[in-house]
Design a protein around this ligand. Structure first.
Ligand code: GDP
Ligand code: MN
Length: 382
């Protein structure tokens, strides 16, 4: 769950990281009102879930109310990398002496938290990592001990920060680590972390991703997800308690059991196709449930063919088939379906499906056969 800059800054502030005072607004009038309150000069910033806003013209300094009005009007409605700007963050502008980079994330291969730091901030950090890797300090943290003051000071020194801000940078790193651990974040990144001419260390930007599966531990963070940026089908699925993840292909996938569905995605990819979604219908043969799942899949306009991959366990094949037939009759889908039914009483289930002779519904004997058929059908339709 990615947060907008201003939401990330709220979390930063909660953990003692310095940020500039500002407010989030949705109109030009409010932008000017906030600018008057926080004091000029201000910086007007597009709030979208994508980086590089500065380069795209979505971050502008304003010296007075007139300039604030002009920039706010230009940035609201702007399209930045496919994201339309509906919100602005207006904060008191900072004077910048240095721009640094700091991040905490999980290094999966090392199975440890990783703190990254560089004095080459404000720019694309991937470029720094590639061109001058020696300027990017990477320091693993003992997850049980946490980040200690000594290590934070060492990172700042290894990064080569000016001696008079070693303490301030270490404080910022400790606070950032505290955000990462305390909020169950998967990423907490500051670019740039600035040093002001008064030698104060402050976060000028915030990129925070929270672990959605840990949200139950942070009820105060539940309203941070931005419904405007959530996939509408994923939202509907979540509201209905269905496990659905949007993908960017054209083959709809319905299966029972997360493991089977993931294997189905792999097999479809192997057959040269591209899945449009992950959908785990769970156990049970309930026609209503199957209907709801198929409805979700078909509401994605990219879907050209659908693969239903069911392995009967406790749920028997003829029950699943009954559910599918009822759902197909109710929805009469306009795209072809391939159904692979295996497991308990699969023969009876397949016989029922064959008898029903539903238009556009094909049965397949194996998962590979089903994948090849659905890929061919999607190609024909495309
Ligand atoms: P991004 O382009 O999406 O990463 O947005 P940032 O929040 O990082 O802003 C982009 C750039 O705008 C920063 O790297 C700064 O150089 C500049 N900037 C942002 N806020 C201020 C500010 O308060 N004062 C000054 N002088 N520059 C700022
Ligand atoms: Mn930035």
């Amino acid at each position: 769950m990615d947060l907008l800059e201003y939401q990330g800054k709220q979390l930063f502030a909660r953990h003692g990281l310095r940020v500039s005072s500002g407010e989030e607004v949705e109109s030009v009038e409010d932008a000017v009102a906030v600018a008057d309150r926080v004091g000029y000069p201000v910086v007007v910033k597009a709030q979208v879930l994508i980086g590089g806003r500065g380069k795209a013209g979505g971050v502008k300094l304003a010296a007075d109310a007139g300039e604030t009005r002009e920039h706010a009007a230009n940035i609201l409605g702007m399209n930045i990398g496919g994201h339309t700007v509906h919100r602005l963050w207006v904060e008191h502008a900072s004077d910048i002496a240095s721009e640094y980079y700091a991040a905490v994330l999980l290094d999966r291969s090392a199975k440890r938290p990783l703190v990254m730091f560089s004095t080459e901030g404000g720019v694309d950090i991937e470029e720094v990592a590639e061109r001058t890797p020696e300027k990017l300090v990477r320091s693993h943290v003992d997850a049980l001990e946490g980040l200690g003051r000594e290590q934070a000071l060492q990172i700042a020194r290894d990064g080569g920060v000016d001696e008079d801000v070693v303490e301030g940078v270490a404080d910022a790193l400790l606070a950032l680590y505290d955000v990462w651990i305390g909020e169950d974040a998967t990423l907490a990144e500051i670019n740039p972390l600035i040093v002001t001419p008064e030698r104060e260390v402050r976060a000028l930007d915030a990129k925070v991703s929270l672990d959605g599966n840990a949200l139950f531990r942070h009820p105060e963070n539940a309203d941070l997800s931005d419904p405007e940026n959530e996939d509408p089908i994923e939202r509907r699925a979540r509201e209905n308690g269905v496990q659905y993840v949007a993908l960017d292909g054209d083959i709809g996938i319905l299966g029972n059991g997360a493991g089977l569905v993931m294997s189905t995605l792999d097999v479809v990819s192997l057959a040269g196709g591209s899945p449009a979604n992950f959908l785990d219908a769970g156990g049970g043969s309930d026609a209503k449930k199957v209907e709801q799942a198929i409805g979700l899949i078909l509401s994605n306009p990219n879907v050209k063919a659908v693969l239903v991959n069911i392995f009967g366990g406790i749920t028997r094949g003829e029950e699943v088939a009954g559910g599918l037939i009822a759902a197909f009759n109710e929805l009469s889908p306009s795209v072809p379906f391939v159904v692979r039914l295996d497991g308990t009483n699969a023969d009876q289930g397949r016989a029922l499906l064959d008898d029903a002779a539903l238009a556009g519904v094909h049965t397949a004997g194996s998962m590979n056969e089903a994948a090849e058929l659905v890929v061919a059908l999607a190609k024909d339709a495309g």
